[in-house]
Design a protein around this ligand. Structure first.
Ligand code: FAD
Ligand code: MLT
Ligand code: ZN
Length: 520
């Protein structure tokens, strides 16, 4: 009986999925890249300047003048000092925050970053560090006229050591390129997210990005071994290390993991990279209730244990929105209220297959898993991941979207989606939930045709109050940036916030680094 149920799932995978999941691994990657770039530069109307719409009082910074621009041209070369066509650097990925910077600087190395910051600090010119500009909280763009310090040219993978598994990389290296270099020697970067074709590893570290592998590899506080950062006064702080174990003094590198460019500019880092798994299997399954989702998660941990590498949730509306917007996506199953994407990564194909088969057949027997696909073929694995990766893009393709990334206790994980549907009613076009179930990280999304003050008031600060009452976190992975700075107190107490302010003052007494972000 168990075996029969499982065979049905497998047959489904080879009949329907083979036909539907037509594209190759390589094509799938190209498409992610193209989609991200297109979205970031498409021609939808520009929002008002954030300084005006949000009544931001400009800080007491110097105004940029011609002498400054000449100085930077001498320092970096004319080609790397941009004063025209700056819209792409001024507007955030979600097209919600828009600054008015008149200058983008593109240093090539740590020494140039240091010289730029030293000068800006002396002149009291405000600076926003920018990586791939895929951040979702308005942290990577200017709010007023801050100089954009782009890390784009610090893009080299300096070394990947097959023996130790340690890679040294410059901060501006695109995550996908870094991963490719690691894969050349059989390693992989222990971080994967939908923006991988555009985001920088330095941006990832500065936001402490989570993504879809935290359940397996933990977050970046564990895998980043060392950091080089340039402080606001230009000082280079060398915290590089090639060892997992180093208990010499305060663990200062952690201050730069997740501080969103407010304490220093990350220029280089070392990272522990695991070996690429020999066998990767993905199950995409349909379930009837959130209760069944939780039971399936517990069963995944029990049955798959050490090979479980991802456990993602997508609700029906989130999936359907992506499928409607992107016709090239083909879901192997449809018509269920909830979907889970469960991935295993191990070193023994036969053993892993046996484990995932058992997990699925037990779930089907209990009536928790209703239907789905299991595949270990790399092309099909990619195609299933593509569905998950396109979910956030589906929600912003033709709509404005209020996005939340909250940590919630698992038992209360999904309740807020229903509550929010009720609160928003027909004002919203889609209210949905998806995210990293394995890390208790829900992405609550509320879409509407365009920014709508009525919905905004129904959603915020309610979502933060709700999260705080459950002792959750108002930002599980995207950070605080500009959009959430007024809500930090829902997750941090006043004493902690005061210490954060003191630390900011110590590292950046003139407040030139990423002002208007994180702390209000
Ligand atoms: P940016 O957006 O350029 O900057 C982000 C912040 O870091 C800013 O405050 C900026 O000032 C600062 N910063 C950037 N580089 C440096 C540096 N070198 N030194 C100091 N400060 C710096 N996030 C997740 O956590 N998990 C996900 O699964 C995930 N999926 C995503 C999927 C899509 C489709 C998109 C568009 C975004 C997603 N994100 C996700 C959000 C985003 O990709 C991450 O926050 C990412 O880490 C940002 O990297 P970036 O290089 O684009 O940084
Ligand atoms: C994701 O998990 O897809 C990202 O964090 C982006 C999002 O929240 O939409
Ligand atoms: Zn996420």
């Amino acid at each position: 009986m168990r075996f029969q149920g499982l065979m049905q799932m497998r047959r489904y995978a080879t009949a329907a999925t083979l036909r539907q999941l037509a594209h190759t691994h390589a094509r799938a990657h190209t498409r992610t890249h193209t989609t991200l770039r297109t979205l970031a530069s498409s021609a939808s109307p520009l929002p008002e300047l954030t300084q005006i719409s949000d009544h931001v009082q400009r800080g007491n910074y110097a105004e940029l003048n011609d002498k400054d621009v000449s100085h930077f041209e001498q320092l970096l070369g004319k080609n790397h000092v941009l004063t025209e066509d700056l819209e792409g650097y001024n507007i955030c990925f979600l097209k919600r925050i828009r600054g008015n910077s008149k200058l983008v600087l593109k240093p090539a190395n740590t020494a140039e970053v240091s010289a730029v910051l030293r000068y800006c600090n002396e002149r009291r010119l405000a600076v926003v560090p920018q990586g791939g500009n895929t951040g979702l909280v308005g942290g990577s763009v200017p709010i007023c006229d801050e100089i954009v310090l782009s890390l784009q040219r610090l893009n080299k993978v300096l070394s990947v050591d097959e023996v130790t598994g340690i890679a040294i990389v410059e901060a501006g290296c695109i995550l996908e390129n870094f991963d490719q270099r690691a894969r050349d020697v059989g390693l992989t970067v222990p971080l994967d997210l939908g923006a991988k074709a555009s985001c920088h590893i330095g941006g990832n570290v500065s936001t402490n990005a989570g993504g879809v592998r935290v359940v397996r590899y933990g977050n970046l506080h564990g895998s980043v071994l060392g950091i080089e950062a340039v402080l606001a006064n230009g000082q280079v702080l060398d915290l590089m290390s090639n060892f997992k174990k180093d208990n010499t003094g305060y663990h200062m590198k952690h201050l730069f993991i997740g501080s969103e460019g407010t304490l220093g500019v990350v220029t280089k880092l070392s990272m522990l990279c695991p070996h690429v798994s020999k066998a990767v299997n993905v199950a995409f399954i349909g379930l009837n209730s959130f209760e069944d989702v939780l039971k399936t998660f517990v069963s995944a941990k029990r049955n798959l244990g050490e090979i479980l590498s991802s456990c993602e949730l997508i609700d029906e509306l989130a999936l359907n929105t992506a499928l409607t917007q992107f016709k090239f996506l083909n879901s192997p199953i449809s018509g269920y209220p909830f979907y889970m994407l469960i991935e295993t990564s191990g070193s023994n194909g036969a053993h892993d297959e046996e484990k995932i088969n058992q997990f699925i057949s037990e779930g089907m027997e209990r009536g928790e898993i209703l239907d789905g696909t299991v595949t270990g073929e790399p092309g099909k694995v990619q195609e299933i991941w593509k569905i998950r990766e396109m979910v956030p893009l589906g929600l912003i393709e033709k709509s404005f979207c209020f996005k939340y990334d909250i940590s919630l206790p698992l038992r209360d994980f999904y309740g807020i989606v229903d509550v929010m549907r009720e609160r928003c009613g027909p004002l919203a076009t889609v209210v949905c939930g998806y995210g990293h179930l394995g890390d208790s990280n829900l992405h609550l999304n509320v879409s509407c045709e365009q920014f709508n003050e009525d919905i905004y008031k129904r959603v915020e600060p309610f979502v933060y109050e709700y999260t705080s009452k459950l002792k959750g976190s108002i930002s599980a992975e995207h950070g605080i940036g500009f959009l959430k700075k007024d809500y930090l107190h829902y997750s941090k107490n006043p004493v902690a916030i005061d210490w954060m302010r003191d630390m900011k003052k110590m590292f950046d007494p003139n407040g030139i680094l990423n002002p208007y972000k994180m702390l209000n």
